[in-house]
Design a protein around this ligand. Structure first.
Ligand code: C2E
Ligand code: MG
Ligand code: MG
Ligand code: MG
Length: 281
């Protein structure tokens, strides 16, 4: 009996594995087809001044318009895309569209940020390729910033350091994304040419009013550290007025989150901020 049960369990397990493998294969094929059909599009989320909600920038976030499944966010496909090597191509499709949009988006002096996957920074010609793309679209370097995660800084740190250094010289600033979630070796903060950091939304989500422990202490410590290193700080994932208020009390001045605005298409954003016509950025 026990044997039979065991075998049955294996059979079920196998079936699940088989199903999962098929789904993966399907997704892989879908991604390749989506690349050819250019189904990827950047959405934009405003980065604002916490004091008055004033616009300072937009983070570009990849979305996939699947003909049958509709719109999906990176959580559903980005790790597969990265493993199979598609992400690099998807990213360049997105960067091209972002550069196209940036001139109009910057009509109100806002900058745009690009999320950069670790693999890019290890490509020897990443900076050159990006600068070429920008000049082809007439994007001024000060209008575009990069967001990199700690993972991107870990491998081949010398090359990455040089690449980010060249970009900074050209006027393209870099922010460290999801700060506090990775290895968070503090030495990154001064070893790499970073302009600022983004506090991961997990810390913002745990902020509670009147409490001095936990996330409140961490956010305060990050802010003090950033201040002393001359780094700008942006808080991610602000969903409530209370979180905005708490962050202000902790001395933060910049942030983004659903409380201010959800990511939206370029068309929606331009309409909302009254920038349809735009002026050359
Ligand atoms: P991220 O760069 O940390 O982006 C922030 C994520 O938080 C975005 O998820 C955004 O939609 C979401 N978000 C913003 N405000 C709130 C909020 O108030 N509450 C909550 N719960 N979430 C909020 P999204 O768009 O699904 O992107 C997920 C991740 O995928 C990004 O994290 C980034 O690491 C990656 N990613 C996005 N676009 C690109 C891209 O074009 N290229 C690459 N390589 N990676 C990208
Ligand atoms: Mg980001
Ligand atoms: Mg982030
Ligand atoms: Mg994140």
């Amino acid at each position: 009996r026990a044997k039979a049960t065991g075998r049955q369990r294996y059979a079920i397990f196998d079936e699940h594995l088989h199903e999962a493998a098929l789904k993966l294969l399907e997704l892989e094929g879908d991604l390749r087809r989506a690349l050819q059909r250019q189904e990827f599009e950047p959405y934009y989320q405003p980065i604002v001044n916490l004091a008055d909600g004033g616009l300072v920038g937009f983070e570009a976030l990849m979305r996939w318009h699947h003909p049958a499944r509709g719109l999906s966010a990176p959580g559903e496909f980005i790790s597969i895309a990265e493993e199979t090597g598609s992400l690099e191509y998807m990213d360049w499709q997105i960067y091209d569209l972002v550069c196209r949009d940036t001139k109009r988006l910057s009509a109100r002096n806002a900058y745009t940020t690009l999320n950069v996957s670790p693999r890019h920074l290890r490509a020897p010609d990443f900076d050159q390729r990006l600068l070429e793309l920008m000049s082809r679209h007439g994007v001024k370097p000060g209008r575009l910033r990069l967001e990199v995660t700690e993972g991107a800084l870990l491998e081949q740190p010398e090359e990455v350091n040089a690449c980010l250094g060249r970009l900074r010289e050209a006027g393209v600033l870099t922010l460290l994304d999801d700060f506090g979630t990775g290895y968070s070796s503090l030495s990154y903060l001064h070893r790499f040419p970073l302009h600022g950091l983004k506090i991961d939304r997990s810390f913002v989500a745990e902020l509670r009013s009147g409490e001095s422990g936990g996330s409140t202490a961490i956010v305060r410590a990050i802010r003090l550290l950033a201040d002393s290193l001359g780094l700008e700080v942006i808080a991610e994932g602000i969903e409530t007025e209370q979180q905005r208020y708490q962050l202000r009390l902790l001395g933060l001045s910049l942030g983004q989150g659903y409380f201010f605005a959800k990511p939206a298409s370029a068309g929606d954003i331009l309409a909302r901020f009254g920038m349809e016509g735009g002026t050359p950025g």
